[in-house]
Structures are given as C-alpha cells and as structure tokens.
Write a protein that binds this ligand. Structure first.
Ligand SMILES: [Zn+2]
Length: 258
C-alpha cells in the first residue's frame, strides 16, 4: 500500500489529508491550528502538518476508531475525544493486526482529553463547535467551522455509513439524534467527512435522515428501495441505498432496527 499522506488545500484555511484509508483535516486560524482526525498512523501526519503550519496545534478526534486516531501518536499536543468513545478507542488500541506496525515504530499514544457537546475551540478568527452525534459510535462528534459554514462529520454522516458495528446505536436512536441537531443545516453549506476526497453538499444530512427513516419504516423491504447483502471484514451485514446519487448506503444488521 502507498504509505504517503496526500494533502489538498480545499479552502483558504482548510487542508484535506488522505492516507488511502481515511481522511483527516487541518484547520488553521490566526493563533492556533486544529487537526481533525489523524488517520491510521501509517505515515507521520505531524510532519505533514508541520510542512503546512508552525502554529500551536491541538488534535480533535471525531470518534474512537483506529483509522481516525492512531496518528495521534505522532503528536505531543492535547488530543481530544468525547469520553463516551474511550471504551471503543481502548479496544481499537488492542487490535493486534492494526496495532502491530504502529507498535513496531515504538509510537506512544498520548492520553485523551475530554471534549463535550457545545465546546467551542477558538482558533483566532475562526471557531470550531463540537456537536454530539451518537450513532456510528456512542461518543461521535461533528465539528462546525462556523465562519466557513463547514461541518466536519467523521464517520457519522457520509455516503457509506457503518451502523452494523457492535458499538453503533440502534438506527431509531441515531435518527432521533440527527433530528435533534437538524439546525446544523441552517449553519453549514458543506460537509467534510472522515473518508472524503472533497466537499459534500449539506443536503447529504437530510438525505441520510430520510434514508434512515425509510429503512426503519420498511425494514429494508420497500417497493423501490430494498436491502441487499453487505460483505465486510467481520461477516455479512445488510446495506440499504439512500439519496439520489445511486451509490450511498447505510450498512446495518437487523438487530439495529429494533
Ligand atoms: Zn468509524
């Protein structure tokens, strides 16, 4: 696999970083820079960030999955995670296959600091607000870059949503949580998610809400849309199509419908 991290400037203050597994972001204000997700740690993401900025840094992880926080080990600054994801992050740190190459580099993971719903990070001229969105994981957060009307969603809102995981919440609960933050569609025009290569329109938020609602109502057996088998590394789940692009799916298991 290509171990390089590719970077792309997508706004005057936002850089997208992709390591071929997942996507992290660098947001630079006048006084401080924030790294949103550090990817899988297969390359030195700190060095990549330092080629772009010498501002004081902090790291915020959107959730506790390894492909979003393993790269924290390259940083000696504060790294923030919602406490409700500490358990899943702890489990992911023990995944032997994934942790092995990371441990061979003798990297040490810094302890997480807590970030909560409503916390605002002042970058100087720019601010990021943490918004809880339990679903994909119990402690998942989005970050709203208010001044640029951009919503960073991690894996909580994307076009290939994983809700089949043990730690994922029931779909009904996730839908209620999405409904409770529907105000974000008035505050953001664009989405950058945890596996993106570019912006998505904020309409993805409502497309996903409608898709989950439909899936719950029809239990994946609608007349025009229906679920099919979804094979993944840990077994067989189901996938339900949503949106109008013909490629977006919600992955789940029947248990998540109850
Ligand atoms: Zn994830």
């Amino acid at each position: 696999m290509d171990n390089r991290i590719r970077t792309k400037k997508v706004d005057d203050c936002i850089w997208l970083m992709n390591d071929n597994v997942s996507t992290g972001y660098l947001v630079c204000g006048e006084k401080k820079a924030v790294v949103i997700d550090t990817m899988l740690g297969i390359a030195d993401v700190h060095a990549v960030v330092r080629e772009i900025t010498d501002l004081p840094l902090m790291v915020v992880n959107t959730h506790g999955h390894c492909d979003h926080f393993y790269g924290n080990a390259y940083f000696d600054c504060d790294c923030f995670l919602h406490p409700d994801d500490l358990k899943v992050a702890g489990l992911h740190m023990k995944l032997p296959k994934i942790a092995k190459p990371w441990k061979e580099k003798k990297l040490k993971m810094p302890a997480f600091k807590a970030i909560y719903d409503g916390d605002v990070i002042d970058l100087g001229g720019l601010s990021l607000e943490a918004i809880s969105i339990p679903g994909h994981t119990p402690g998942g957060i989005c970050l709203l870059l208010k001044e640029r009307r951009v919503l960073f969603t991690g894996d909580s809102i994307n076009r290939h949503l994983w809700m089949q995981l043990k730690e994922s919440l029931p779909l009904k609960t996730f839908l209620e949580n999405l409904n409770s933050i529907s105000w974000v569609t008035e505050k953001a025009d664009r989405i950058l998610h945890g596996h993106a290569r570019d912006f998505e329109d904020i309409s993805l938020f409502d497309e996903l809400r409608a898709g989950i609602g439909e899936l719950i109502e029809t239990r994946g057996k609608g007349e025009t849309r229906y679920s099919t088998e979804y094979k993944w590394s840990r077994g067989i789940a189901k996938q339900y199509p949503f949106g109008s692009d013909g490629r977006s799916v919600i992955c789940y298991i029947d248990k998540k419908l109850d």
